[in-house]
Design a protein around this ligand. Structure first.
Ligand code: UGB
Length: 570
């Protein structure tokens, strides 16, 4: 009370609310006025930010946290009353007619889509000090993930407009969700590279805020152990992207501009644009309101499966069910073998992979209205994210935590908010073509049991070469079998392309509009992969995490800087 004069009238209201909500511990240690006054004001500035950035404010956050923490303590089954079954989806096989038709349809549809990259995560598991989108997706060209994504979107924009009848001026909007951890470095990367060829007006950055940490089951906000005048905060998860798109007004702008799809994807998957056009084609053909990209999943793999859940009251939803919940749920609902492989050798429940295509157009404007309805009822509990809490308890009594926790949300939980008549499906695409994220550091990746994916810098880059080789093979090019090598304790392949005539390295660098036909034979020493020790700090970090570098011994390079038709005889 003695410190009240330090606060504005709005801050006094906030303090009253917090005290009513059982948060007086935040101020109990405050010294007499005149001591640490600036710090006291700074705490209130932070509280005001946390209050305004969360739909429904801190009151709603604390109420939701109490409910979820109580459910977690009693071990409430989140699927009580639901029966699981295998949902309908479309399984594609790369390169066949069905795939090609969907891919073509997806390219046609791309001009009606907006692309959204969720890049607020710092990637602590990867142990890389920079932002993940600045990492080279592969080191032969050194193209970083962000450049690769932008160039892929521009290529789709081009191809989509070429397929359209008549004039097409459409620019595909590109949104990047950042966080305090990634925002300024993402902006800097874009600005210093002239947005990698995209118009700056085409790109929008939306920053997600962190949320307050919680110390106990009563949802008492955690003070920062390093500064008792600050609240400890942590990321809220990629599910924030939906409310940010709504509150920024972008969804409305996109809808008014006639866009039909919003396509969400993650920060370090160098393969995903090989799978995106076909997935978009499936969405368009089936008029899915939500379509997730999935890859085949082995039963009992420690990763969630896409499942249809039907409630006794008639409600149903198609949703990712985490692996630790899927097996017990199946056993409890008439599947005595639980999560088991079927005759294909895979689980019938496919593995969700962070690509989501959301329809903007139908039911009516499902996505926008759901968000609007929910976000405008600010006093109500936030439903759009269907948050969850995952406290690490000290012991079985579940009365105290090992460290503070917080509410989180996932973008793939969005279908939980949809009415039962929503068309929610998925598209299964081979893992080699669609999914090779870079998430794990070399030490952890090398410990991954044989046969399981490494998801490291090494495997992410190798997967790109492998997919390119397999695509060339499908197109009739003869490609040697991969040579097995070990980098950072993980197996990879050193691919030497031997096109009809190529043994070594040939670079044909041509401008847009130049069509080069290459004939003849090339043989040179080419490029080789050399081992690099990930502990060798004289080597740049982005090279060390993959355990190899490319030694460009010899290459033949031809440049075509003018548009036109050319024939290169070698
Ligand atoms: N991300 C944010 O933008 N903000 C955040 O607060 C957190 C993350 P991770 P994880 O297919 O690969 C997800 O850390 O835990 C961004 C799915 O939940 O790589 O491995 C971040 O920058 C899981 O169901 O996620 O799991 C990155 O771009 C599965 O599908 C993205 O969110 C898995 O990804 C994912 O962050 C996958």
């Amino acid at each position: 009370r003695k410190n009240l004069h330090l606060l504005s009238s709005e801050q006094i209201e906030l303090a009253k609310m917090l005290i009513e909500m059982g948060q007086s511990h935040l101020f109990e240690h405050w010294p007499e006025p005149g001591i640490d006054d600036e710090e006291k004001r700074a705490l209130f500035d932070q509280l005001a930010r946390l209050n305004s950035s969360y739909p429904g404010g801190l009151k709603s956050y604390i109420e939701t946290a109490r409910e979820l923490l109580a459910d977690s303590k009693t071990g409430k089954n989140p699927f009580d009353g639901f029966t699981p079954s295998v949902p309908t989806g479309e399984a594609l096989s790369f390169g066949d007619d069905i795939f090609m038709n969907y891919e073509q349809a997806g390219i046609r549809e791309a001009k009606n889509a907006a692309f959204v990259l969720v890049a607020g995560g710092l990637g602590e598991r990867l142990g890389y000090n920079g932002i993940k989108v600045a990492l080279p997706a592969e080191t032969s060209t050194g193209t970083c993930f962000l450049q690769h994504y932008i160039e892929s979107i521009l290529a789709l924009q081009d191809a989509s407009c070429r397929l359209a009848q008549g004039e097409c001026q459409k620019e595909i909007p590109f949104v990047i969700m950042t966080s305090d951890d990634t925002h300024s470095r993402t902006l800097e990367l874009l600005e210093s590279n002239f947005y990698f060829g995209m118009k700056p007006t085409q790109v929008k950055l939306l920053k997600q805020e962190k949320v307050a940490c919680l110390d106990d089951n009563d949802a008492r906000l955690a003070l920062d152990p390093k500064n008792k005048f600050r609240i400890q905060t942590k990321p809220h998860g990629h599910g924030d992207v939906h409310s940010l798109l709504y509150s920024s007004g972008l969804l409305k702008i996109w809808h008014d501009a006639g866009l039909k799809w919003v396509l969400f994807f993650q920060d370090t998957n160098g393969l995903l644009f090989k799978a995106i056009p076909a997935s978009l084609g499936v969405s368009a053909a089936k008029q899915y309101h939500v379509n997730s990209l999935a890859v085949p999943r082995k039963a009992k793999d420690a990763i969630g499966g896409i499942t249809k859940l039907t409630h006794t009251d008639g409600r149903s939803m198609v949703i990712n069910v985490e692996y630790n919940q899927l097996d017990p749920l199946l056993r409890a609902t008439g599947f005595p073998d639980g999560d088991a492989n079927c005759e294909t050798g895979f689980s019938p429940f496919q593995e969700y992979k962070s690509i989501l295509v959301v329809g903007l157009e139908e039911l009516p404007l499902l996505y926008i209205y759901c968000l609007q309805g929910i976000l405008e009822r600010t006093s109500k509990k936030l439903e759009v994210h269907k948050e969850f809490v995952n406290p690490k308890y000290k012991d079985a009594s579940k009365t105290s935590f090992k460290s503070s926790t917080r509410l989180e949300c996932m973008m793939q939980d969005y279908p939980k908010t949809l009415p039962p008549n929503a068309r929610v499906g998925f598209t299964v695409i081979d893992t080699w073509l669609a999914y090779a994220p870079v998430k794990n550091n070399p030490e952890d990746a090398a410990k991954v049991p044989k046969g399981n994916p490494y998801h490291s810098g090494t495997s992410g880059e190798m997967a790109i070469y492998r997919a390119n080789s397999l695509i060339l093979k499908k197109a009739g090019v003869q490609v040697d079998d991969p040579v097995q090598q070990v980098f950072n304790g993980q197996e990879g392949c050193n691919v030497l392309l031997q096109d009809l005539s190529l043994d070594g390295t040939l670079i044909v660098d041509s401008v847009d509009g130049a069509e080069v036909t290459v004939r003849g034979s090339v043989k040179n020493k080419g490029w080789m992969l050399e081992n690099v020790d990930y502990k060798d700090t004289s080597v740049p970090e982005e090279i060390r995490i993959r355990g190899f570098k490319i030694n460009k011994i010899e290459q033949l390079e031809k440049k075509y800087s003018e548009p036109g038709k050319f024939c290169l005889e070698l």
